[in-house]
Design a protein around this ligand. Structure first.
Ligand code: SDX
Length: 430
């Protein structure tokens, strides 16, 4: 007999079906709760509430498991490429050689952006944060492809917008950096792979030859793979909610970029490096800062620590920590003071009752900035790097939501405001 949940309200019993996923996660389906009982549920921050069913990413916060379409993140990080993982997330399977080549070729053909996009760039102050520019220009793509705002896009039309976005975001992302530095913008090169092309657009100058370092390309591929999706996190839920109104893929992803920018979410990778640099400037007393993080009267939090779902090690943090050692050693930076402080901070926190009791472990953002800094990415670009990595996940989740014809998202509320009262003219107000 199918499992169900019984609810007793005002002396009356109600039964609601239980749904079970392929990994045996269970949920009480309350789709008929309000119709049958007049009640709704409330769950601030959605800590206990599932927004959807999804076949894209599975994570187990207690066991520290993360899989994209069933493939463990550890295997993908070691054996795959970012473009192959993007294909896997978006289309649900590992591509054949021909499929991967076609996907990569299509992306290469669309890396240029309309020249009018450069005019919009010129309107931004050079001090503008790259995430402000990125979210604005990704949304602006809707203006260049207005047909993308439609409930009736067919498969080919959706695929074209997927390719355009995968292809143009790196170009725009690199341009946000060049714009901030006052450097000439670089056009993409069709002879380079995805990660190499991004590094070329970021760091090359028209005045001299730019040599692509394969060690940095390898590190970048790994970092982008590790950020590619993470089920219904804040920014992905934003993309799905905006997309549920039939907003364009560009507008939906632009909303996700803004959510990711938040310091509690993807913005944490920039905060981590700024925190480590502050600790270094303060003399490197890591215990002092661990104590600050524990002090209820101090708003300081150990950035890069804790997670809404992982109550064990974030498996990405484990891989990135190992990669940080490898990359910094390969680049002769193994004595990085920031890496040393990060490891001391981690050790101090992991042996401290406050963090142990609250199950606070390093998350994906704790070590990623150390690698980005080592490969020359400036701090203000760290969250842009997170967005570059998360893009295929956002696309896959938006596409799944549209293919499953999910209804427009519209949560309910419990009203706690004033009861009915009559309007008072301004003369009679005190
Ligand atoms: C990402 O959801 C995802 O999947 C996100 C992400 C993805 O891939 O998309 O994994 C990417 O966003 C990673 C998280 C990056 N953010 C940070 O590193 C910022 C620092 N961490 C936090 O602020 C916090 O841990 C959150 C936001 C990540 C999670 O917050 P929760 O689950 O809402 O937990 P909480 O804020 O209710 O904290 C529970 C307790 C509190 O103490 P008490 O009130 O119980 O005494 O833990 C404490 C918090 O004060 N706490 C911390 C802490 N994080 C939580 N104390 C010190 N330092 C911290 N970092």
């Amino acid at each position: 007999m199918a499992e169900s949940a019984e609810l007793i309200l005002d002396g009356k019993s109600y039964s609601f079906p239980v749904t079970e996923g392929t990994e045996h996660e269970k949920a009480i389906d309350i789709a008929k709760l309000r119709d049958q009982t007049g009640y709704i549920t409330i769950d601030s921050g959605y800590k206990n509430t599932g927004a959807t069913k999804s076949a894209i990413t599975f994570l187990d916060g207690e066991e520290g498991i993360l899989r994209y379409r069933g493939y463990p993140i550890e295997q993908l990080a070691e054996q795959s490429s970012f473009i192959e993982v993007a294909y896997l997330l978006i289309y649900g399977k590992l591509p054949t050689t021909a499929e991967l080549q076609e996907f990569s070729n299509q992306i290469t053909k669309h890396t240029l952006v309309h020249e009018d996009v450069r005019k919009i760039f010129d309107g931004f102050p050079s001090a503008a944060h790259p995430m402000a520019i990125l979210s604005s220009l990704i949304c602006a793509l809707t203006a260049f492809y207005p047909e993308s705002v439609s409930p009736d896009l067919n498969k080919e039309e959706i695929d074209l917008n997927v390719i355009r976005l995968m292809a143009k975001l790196p170009t725009i992302a690199a341009w946000t950096y060049k714009n901030q530095m006052g450097h000439p913008l670089n056009y993409p090169r069709n002879d380079l792979d995805y990660a190499s092309n991004f590094l070329y657009m970021m760091f090359s100058f028209p005045t001299e030859k730019y040599d692509i370092d394969p060690r940095i390309v390898s590190a970048l591929n790994k970092l982008l793979i590790l950020h590619a999706d993470h089920e219904q996190n804040c920014s992905t839920s934003t993309v799905r909610l905006v997309g549920s109104a039939n907003a364009s893929l560009y507008g939906s992803v632009s909303a996700g970029i803004n959510a990711l920018w938040g310091p509690l979410h993807g913005g944490a990778n920039q905060e981590v490096i700024e925190m480590l640099e502050e600790i270094q400037k303060d003399g490197g007393n890591t215990q002092k800062w661990v104590d600050k993080a524990k002090d209820p009267n101090d708003s300081f939090r150990l950035m890069g620590f804790g997670h809404r779902v992982y109550k064990n090690f974030d498996p990405r943090a484990t891989i990135i920590k190992k990669a940080a050692d490898e990359v910094l050693t390969a680049l002769g930076l193994e004595d990085s003071p920031l890496l040393k402080i990060a490891k001391e901070l981690e050790q101090a926190a992991l042996t401290d009752e406050y963090f142990i009791k609250r199950k606070l472990y390093p998350n994906v953002d704790f070590y990623s900035g150390i690698i980005y800094k080592a490969i020359g990415i400036p701090t203000e670009m760290f969250t842009v790097m997170f967005a570059l990595g998360r893009l295929p996940g956002w696309i896959a989740q938006w596409k799944e939501m549209r293919e499953n014809k999910e209804p427009i998202g519209r949560p309910r509320q419990v009203y706690t405001g004033e009861l009915e009262r009559d309007y008072v003219s301004i003369e009679q107000r005190s």
